[in-house]
Design a protein around this ligand. Structure first.
Ligand code: 3H9
Length: 709
C-alpha cells in the first residue's frame, strides 16, 4: 500500500511490515531542510503505524546520501537539525535498517550510524570527509563512530576523510552485512525481513561498547594528536576532531553530543571552512563553460603523443592510467626507447613499492605503442605534442600533423608560453588546435590548463575537458598569453619575491613565511626543486624585450652562472649534501646577495613575515585580477582553481582570489598603492581591482553561478 509522502524529498511506502523510507533529493540526496523534516516525519509515522514492524532507509538514484547540504552552510540554520534527526532515528522503537549504495558520506553516514542495522552493497563508498571542508562530523559522527568501531579506526576515518568500500566497512564494523548483489532494495528488504524473523530489537549505536578500554582509546588519541601536530599545523578542524573524539571516551553520550556541536559550530564559523567549501564548489564550477554547455565532446579512443622526454612520458603515463592506448612518436629508435624507459620507470617504482603488480604493469604497457613515423598517428583522436619549446620546432610538428592526422582529430600543444594562435594559423585546420598545458610531473600534478586559441571550435574545448576528466585532472580554461593563467601570475609574484630578497629579506625567511602561510614549499625551495636553469633560460629569452625601466634583480643569474641550479646540482639557494633533498641554508648565497645589494646600491632593511605575505599575496592577487580583466581567465574562480592545483596554494584559504575577498579588496588595494610609492612601475593597481573596490564589490560577485557567502 502507498502512503501519502511527506515531502517529495522523502517518500514513504509500506511493504508488508516494513516501512520503506526513500530519500530522493537529486543530485546526491543531500540532507537539506526538506529531507531532514521528511526523515523526522517518516520515523513518527512508522512508529505510530501498528502494521509497521521495521523501518528501512534507502537513497534514490546513485547514492544513499552525499552528506549535509553544503549549500546551506553559512546561512541561518533551519530546523530540524541533523543531530536531532539522527537522535530521532536512533530512538525509534522499531528496528531501523539503512540499506546503502553509492555515497554514504558525512551526514549521510551519520544517518546510517543512527540506524540500528546497516547493509551495504558493492560500489558503496562510506566516509566522514567533513575534515576536507574544514569541519568535523557534526551529527554524532565523532560520538557514534568510535563507540561502534573503536577510537583508533574512527580517528583514522575522520582525520583522513577517506572513503571505504563496502567490504572494508564490514571489516571495520561500520556495516553489519554485505549485499549479495547490487540490488539495494531487494537486498535491504531481505535483510530487514531476516531481522524481523529473528525478532531483532532496536540496537542504538550510542550503546555500542568499542570504547570500553579507556586506556587504549586515550592512547589512540595521543598517537593521532602527534600525527596531526606534524601534518596539520595551522588547521582548526583536525584538532577539534581530536577533542570531540576524546569527549566520546570521557563523557556520557548526551554530553559528548553537546561538545561535538560546540566544536562543529566553531569550525563552521571559521574562514578555513569558508575557504575549503569555496574550493569544493569552484572545482565543480570551473568545468561549466559556455563551450562545454553548448557542444558535445568528440570521441576519444586513442591518444598520440609526440616526444618521449619528461613531459611526454608523464602525459603518456596519465593517459595510460586512464585506460586509453597511447601511440608515442620520437625522432629515432634510441629516443623512442628512452621515452619508453621513462614510462616504465614510473611503473617500476610502483611495482617496487608494491602499489602495482608486475602483471598489471605489463598489461598497461601493452597499450603503449612507439613509432618513429608520423603516419602511425593516422588513427589518433587526440594528438598532444610535447617537443622542445621553440616555435620553429612546434610549427614543423604541426605541419606533419596537418598532413597525417585524420579529419576531426584534435591537435594539442603542451607549450607553456608560446602563442598558440600563431601555431594554429600555420595549418589548414586551426579549428582543431588547442593548448593542453600539463604541469610536471604530468602523471602526478592535478592541474591541466586548457588553453583556448581564437579559432578553436567549441566541441574541441568540450573534448579537452572530457579528456581531463578521463585523466582525473582538474581542468581550467585559459586564454592565450605568455604564461597563460598560472605562469603569468607566478612571474609577477616571483618578481616581488626577488625584490624582497634584494631589499633585505633572506630567501630562507621568505620561504618560511610562505610555508607558515600554508604553502607546502617556499618559492626558493620550488626554484631549487624545478631547477634554476629553467627560469634562467626564460629570463634570457625575455632579455631583449624586457622594459629597461623595470626593476631586475640579478641574484638568480649570479647563482646560475656558478652552475647552482638547485637540487640536481647539489647547490642552489640551499645546499644539498649527499643527495639530500632537504636543503641547508648557505652562507655563500647570503654573501652573493650582500654583494648584489651593494652593487645595486641598496641598504638592506628588515621585513616582518606579515609584510612578506602582504607583498607576496598583493602581487599574486593584482596579476590575478589582470588575468580576469583581460579574460585570460573567464572568472576569478579559474584563477583560484589554477593555484589550488598547480601551485600548492593552501586549500583552506580557497585560492588567491577567495583570500583577497576574505581580507577585503580595499585593503589589498591600499597595500598595492602603498608599495607603489617605492616602485610605481611594478606596483600598478589592476583596473579590475580598482573598479571592484569603487563599487564595493568582490571577486565572488564575478563568479557567476558559484555559491559564495
Ligand atoms: C556534512 O555532512 C556535515 C555533517 O557531518 C554535520 C551536519 C550537522 N551538498 O561531485 P559531483 C553537488 S558535510 C550540496 O560532481 P559525483 C555538487 O556541487 C558534507 N551539494 O558528483 C554538484 O552540483 P552541480 C560531507 C552537493 O557523482 C552535484 O552535487 N559530504 C553535495 O562525482 C554533483 O556532485 C561531503 O563532503 C552536498 N553534500 O560525486 C561529500 N555533494 O552539479 C561531498 C555534492 O551543481 N560530495 N553536491 O555542480 C562528494 O564527495 C561527491 O559530490 C559525491 C558525488 C561522491 C557525493
Amino acid at each position: 500500500m502507498n502512503l501519502e509522502s511527506q515531502t517529495s524529498a522523502v517518500t514513504c511506502e509500506r511493504r508488508g511490515k516494513i516501512f520503506l523510507v526513500t530519500i530522493d533529493n537529486p543530485p546526491v540526496n543531500a540532507l537539506n531542510a526538506a529531507v531532514r523534516r521528511g526523515l523526522m516525519e517518516a520515523i513518527d509515522k512508522a512508529e505510530s503505524d501498528d502494521q509497521v514492524e521495521a523501518v528501512m532507509l534507502i537513497g534514490a538514484g546513485r547514492n544513499f546520501i552525499g552528506g549535509a547540504d553544503i549549500r546551506e552552510f553559512g546561512k541561518p540554520p533551519l530546523p530540524p537539525s541533523l543531530p536531532d534527526v539522527c537522535n530521532r532515528i536512533e530512538s525509534c522503537s522499531k528496528p531501523v535498517v539503512a540499506a546503502i549504495h553509492g555515497a554514504a558520506l558525512g551526514g549521510g553516514l551519520e544517518v546510517a550510524l543512527a540506524a540500528h542495522y546497516r547493509l551495504a552493497v558493492a560500489g558503496a563508498k562510506l566516509g566522514l570527509p567533513e575534515v576536507e571542508l574544514g569541519l568535523l562530523p557534526g551529527a554524532g559522527g565523532t560520538q557514534r563512530t568510535p563507540r561502534l568501531i573503536g577510537a583508533r579506526a574512527a580517528l583514522d576515518l575522520i582525520l583522513s576523510g577517506r572513503r571505504v568500500d563496502a567490504k572494508e566497512a564490514r571489516d571495520l564494523g561500520l556495516v553489519d552485512r554485505l549485499g549479495a548483489s547490487e540490488e539495494t532494495l531487494t537486498e535491504g528488504l531481505a535483510y530487514t525481513q531476516e531481522l524481523l524473523a529473528l525478532k531483532a530489537r532496536p540496537r542504538p549505536t550510542r550503546e555500542a561498547k568499542a570504547l570500553e578500554d579507556t586506556a587504549a582509546s586515550l592512547a589512540a588519541i595521543e598517537d593521532a594528536r602527534a600525527a596531526v601536530t606534524r601534518k596539520s599545523r595551522g588547521r582548526l578542524s583536525p584538532f577539534k576532531i581530536l577533542e570531540a573524539t576524546q569527549a566520546a571516551i570521557e563523557q556520557p553520550f548526551a554530553e559528548g553530543m553537546r561538545t561535538e556541536r560546540r566544536f562543529f559550530l566553531e569550525c563552521m564559523d571559521s574562514p578555513q571552512r569558508a575557504g575549503l567549501v569555496h574550493a569544493f564548489f569552484v572545482e565543480r564550477e570551473a568545468v561549466k563553460l559556455p563551450e562545454t554547455r553548448q557542444a558535445a565532446p568528440r570521441r576519444i579512443e586513442t591518444v598520440g603523443i609526440i616526444g618521449g622526454g619528461t613531459m611526454g612520458a608523464g602525459i603518456a603515463v596519465a593517459v595510460l592510467d586512464a585506460g586509453l592506448p597511447v601511440v608515442m612518436i620520437e625522432r629515432d629508435e634510441a629516443s623512442l626507447s628512452r621515452g619508453r624507459a621513462h614510462i616504465e620507470n614510473v611503473y617500476d617504482g610502483l611495482v617496487a613499492r608494491r602499489r602495482m603488480s608486475a602483471d598489471a604493469k605489463s598489461s598497461v604497457m601493452n597499450r603503449w605503442r612507439g613509432s618513429t613515423t608520423y603516419e602511425s598517428l593516422a588513427d589518433a583522436d587526440v594528438i598532444i605534442e610535447a617537443v622542445f619549446e621553440d616555435m620553429a620546432v612546434k610549427e614543423a610538428v604541426f605541419a606533419q600533423l596537418d598532413r597525417v592526422a585524420k579529419p576531426g582529430a584534435i591537435l594539442a600543444t603542451n607549450t607553456s608560453y608560446l602563442d598558440i594562435d600563431a601555431i594554429a594559423a600555420t595549418i589548414s585546420r586551426p579549428q582543431d588546435v588547442i593548448g593542453l598545458h600539463f604541469f610536471s610531473p604530468a602523471n602526478v600534478m592535478k592541474l591541466l590548463e586548457v588553453v583556448v586559441p581564437k579559432r578553436v571550435s567549441a566541441d574541441v574545448i568540450a573534448t579537452a575537458f572530457e579528456l581531463a576528466k578521463k585523466l582525473r585532472k582538474v581542468a581550467v580554461r585559459a586564454g592565450v598569453c605568455d604564461g597563460f593563467i598560472g605562469n603569468r601570475v607566478l612571474a609577477v609574484y616571483r618578481a616581488a619575491t626577488d625584490h624582497m630578497m634584494e631589499d633585505g629579506a633572506s630567501p630562507y625567511q621568505i620561504d618560511k613565511a610562505v610555508r607558515d602561510f600554508g604553502f607546502p614549499m617556499g618559492p626558493f625551495q620550488v626554484t631549487d626543486l624545478a631547477g634554476g636553469d629553467i627560469g634562467w633560460a626564460t629570463r634570457k629569452r625575455r632579455a631583449a624585450t624586457r622594459d629597461p625601466k623595470a626593476r631586475y634583480v640579478q641574484i638568480p643569474d649570479r647563482l646560475c652562472e656558478l652552475g647552482w641550479f638547485g637540487q640536481k646540482t647539489g647547490r642552489g639557494y640551499y645546499r644539498y649534501t649527499n643527495g639530500s633533498r632537504v636543503g641547508a641554508t648557505d652562507p655563500d648565497v647570503q654573501a652573493i646577495i650582500d654583494a648584489e645589494r651593494r652593487r645595486a646600491g641598496i641598504t638592506p632593511r628588515s621585513f616582518s613575515d606579515e609584510e612578506i605575505i602582504r607583498r607576496y599575496m598583493a602581487a599574486m592577487i593584482n596579476e590575478g585580477a589582470n588575468v580576469v580583466h583581460e579574460r585570460i581567465a573567464l572568472r576569478p574562480l579559474d584563477v583560484d582553481v589554477t593555484f589550488l592545483h598547480g601551485y600548492g596554494f593552501p586549500r583552506f584559504r580557497g585560492g588567491p582570489m577567495k583570500y583577497a575577498d576574505t581580507v577585503g579588496l580595499a585593503s589589498v588595494l591600499d597595500d598595492i598603492r602603498q608599495f607603489a610609492k617605492e616602485d610605481p612601475q611594478f606596483w600598478r593597481p589592476s583596473t579590475l581591482l580598482v573598479d571592484l573596490v569603487e563599487r564595493g564589490a568582490n571577486f565572488a560577485s564575478l563568479n557567476e553561478g558559484t555559491r559564495d557567502e
